[in-house]
Design a protein around this ligand. Structure first.
Ligand SMILES: Cc1cc2nc3c(=O)[nH]c(=O)nc-3n(C[C@H](O)[C@H](O)[C@H](O)COP(=O)(O)OP(=O)(O)OC[C@H]3O[C@@H](n4cnc5c(N)ncnc54)[C@H](O)[C@@H]3O)c2cc1C
Ligand SMILES: NC(=O)c1ccc[n+]([C@@H]2O[C@H](COP(=O)([O-])OP(=O)(O)OC[C@H]3O[C@@H](n4cnc5c(N)ncnc54)[C@H](OP(=O)(O)O)[C@@H]3O)[C@@H](O)[C@H]2O)c1
Length: 570
């Protein structure tokens, strides 16, 4: 069993799998906290994960409001393109690289081009991590006392078997042989709109690809989807006190409606009274209407066949929109949309695909923007996954006893038919419930939110406190942790009825989309530091802008609390 004496813990080793945003901030916080032997492993050639240099391409932009991916120790530079209100892929990549250069410059700290093949518990204590050096092909087993899994929710492509490259070959799909050059994009998500996942591109063409991007190059693009992503757009940029404060989070509700501050009475009013419920839903209906209006989406456009802004998590920030964006190109008829429909299979004539509505579509190439599966599946054996408690299981029997009788939840959409199939029991989206007492394994990055910078940083602090054995609010037993995770899974199903299974567990073990500030307050409360940090009085507090600066001194705050707790014990 790993030690919980802070000084001993600091001398023990931590292996962090993944060098995306989550891995980088976790390593930085652990190092700041005095952990002496921290090592990041990534199969990539450089840092950044999704934003790694080889993955970004001209035109990709961050799908968040400016500043929502920023860590407290490194200011976010303005977008290089002054016409852009959001960071481009280049900006994000440069930010990740600068972060690593600034805080993780020691080359021994990161092992690149190292694929993790298997993680298992070592015989006595700690973890064995089997890796392969992707250059030399040499395999090796590394041993760590603790593991933080940061492999991300978008690193393992999910390809329907019926549309896979092998199936295409077997069906005699000609691809490039067809002279009238046209591309079929499968999916209604952001990848389909903007960015075809790189893996499929290698299969289809050697170029990176996307609907909007290809259309700008003059390629004929058809996109097939059942429902496309919702979006938030407005004619002029919203004031920060509305868009970057707790205003939207409050309108979105949370599993616990706080009652501490006077203004929280208003919060309860919005979600638990008849009138409040009406106001809340009218507000979201208005946002939906004004978003369509802002991007001039015609009433009969297939783009209106989108997920719900209120009930969904498939939402992209489009701001004031752009002239040659996906939506603009669709409006101009430059991208052909087929919806609602799914792509079923290759017809076998070498050039067409069959859709669920019976139609056939010809294409020179197919881009599968069909989402991602769990990045954990292949690195744990079934036995380890079970022992650790990281695998899937059916929803707990008592999950239905939890009821959130919010008046703002009237007329929910029907549940995803697969939503009763499985859940995962990852407490707070960070620790497999079954392993809660061992304090030797954690996950960062499996929390689905709109502000990854703030969330991943707070989670890194939570993980550090947890490893160090700090006094913190934790479930008293694995059983209690499992029960609480089950309750949270029930909340996610209630709050996002259509959605849960559309995101894999390595992306959304926990999920607080608009309401991330409240979820972060839960974590801050766990580690015993002040919450609701943006300041303001009972009236102004919901409109105060949330910035990473408010968590900049968390390390010192946690240290002071640790010392105070030790003094009480002594
Ligand atoms: C194209 C695209 C665009 C996106 N845009 C946005 C956006 O605009 N806004 C937003 O909020 N979210 C966006 N996302 C979601 C994205 O997943 C998160 O923004 C964020 O990058 C996740 O960070 P992460 O560190 O958790 O994971 P990642 O960035 O995916 O990093 C995962 C790391 O784990 C490593 N890894 C995985 N498996 C292994 C293994 N077996 N062995 C070794 N290393 C491994 C990878 O090499 C990588 O270093 C996007 C996703 C995609 C695919
Ligand atoms: N910043 C950016 O510009 C950017 C770019 C890309 C991705 N992202 C982010 O990355 C994450 C993943 O996005 P993603 O778009 O890759 O995946 P995704 O959101 O999971 O979308 C996959 C889409 O493919 C559809 N699909 C699957 N099989 C299909 C079939 N046979 N026929 C038709 N449609 C099919 C799915 O529909 P069903 O759900 O109905 O199966 C879904 O709409 C998201 O959080 C997204 O915001 C951001």
């Amino acid at each position: 069993m790993a030690s919980f004496d802070p000084d001993t813990v600091r001398r023990q080793s931590v292996g962090i799998i993944g060098a995306g945003a989550a891995g980088l901030i976790t390593a930085h916080i652990l190092l700041q906290d005095g952990f002496e032997r921290v090592q990041l492993l990534t199969r990539d050639r450089s840092v950044g994960g999704v934003w790694e240099r080889r993955r970004i391409y001209p035109g990709i932009a961050l799908n968040n409001v400016y500043g929502e991916f920023c860590f407290s120790s490194l200011p976010m530079p303005p977008p290089q393109d002054p016409m852009q209100k959001r960071l481009g892929g280049e900006d994000m990549c440069a930010y990740m690289e600068k972060f690593a250069d600034s805080f993780l410059a020691d080359p021994s700290k990161i092992r690149f081009e190292t694929e993790v093949l298997n993680i298992r518990r070592a015989a006595d204590s700690g973890w064995e991590v089997e890796v392969e050096d992707l250059r030399s092909k040499v395999k090796q087993v590394l041993v760590y006392d603790r593991i933080v899994l940061c492999t991300g929710g978008c690193s393992e492509p999910s390809i329907p078997e019926s549309l896979s490259p092998d199936t295409a070959v077997k069906a005699g799909f000609h691809g490039l042989a067809i002279p009238d050059y046209s591309v079929l994009v499968v999916g209604g998500g952001k990848s389909a709109q903007e960015y075809g996942p790189f893996f499929t591109l290698r299969f289809v063409f050697t170029t990176r690809s996307i609907s909007a991007f290809l259309t700008r190059l003059g390629v004929k693009v058809t996109v097939v989807f059942e429902k496309t992503d919702a979006f938030l757009a407005y004619p002029i940029e919203l004031p920060q006190c509305l868009r970057k404060s707790r205003f939207l989070p409050i309108m979105a509700s949370h599993s616990e409606l706080r009652t501490r501050l006077g203004v929280c009475v208003g919060w309860r009013f919005l979600h638990t009274t008849w009138l409040g419920g009406k106001i809340t839903r009218a507000f979201w209906d208005f946002l939906t209407w004004s978003s369509y209006k802002s991007l001039n989406i015609p009433e009969d456009s297939p783009l209106r066949n989108s997920h719900s802004l209120f009930w969904g998590i498939r939402t992209n920030e489009e701001g004031a929109g752009k002239r040659d964006s996906f939506h603009a190109l669709c409006n101009e008829g430059k991208i052909k949309l087929v919806a609602p429909a799914r792509v079923v299979k290759y017809t076998g004539d070498g050039e067409s695909l069959l859709l669920s509505n019976g139609a056939e579509v010809k294409a020179s190439a197919v881009i599968l923007a069909t989402g991602f599966g769990s990045s954990w599946t292949n690195i744990f054996t079934r036995e380890t996954a079970k022992e650790l408690g990281i695998g899937r299981h059916p929803p707990l029997a008592d999950a239905e006893e939890y009821v959130w009788d919010y008046t703002s939840f009237r007329n929910p959409p029907s549940s995803n038919p697969r939503s009763q199939e499985w859940v995962s029991s990852i407490y707070r989206g960070i620790v497999p419930s079954r392993n809660i007492h061992r304090r030797d394994f954690a996950i960062n990055g499996a929390f689905f939110t709109t502000n990854n910078g703030y969330a991943f940083e707070v989670m890194a602090h939570w993980i550090s406190s947890y490893f160090l054995g700090d006094k913190m609010r934790l479930p008293s037993s694995p059983e209690e942790a499992t029960k609480l995770s089950g309750k949270n899974a029930a909340w996610m199903r209630r709050r996002f009825p259509e959605m849960l299974l559309w995101v894999n567990e390595s992306y959304s073990s926990d999920l607080a989309f608009w309401s991330w500030p409240q979820a972060m307050d839960d974590l801050l409360e766990d580690i015993g530091v002040p919450i609701m940090r943006s300041g303001g009085n009972w009236l102004t507090w919901p409109f105060k802008i949330i910035t990473p600066a408010e968590i900049k001194n968390l390390r010192e705050e946690r240290r002071a609390k640790r010392e105070a707790d030790l003094n009480v014990v002594n």
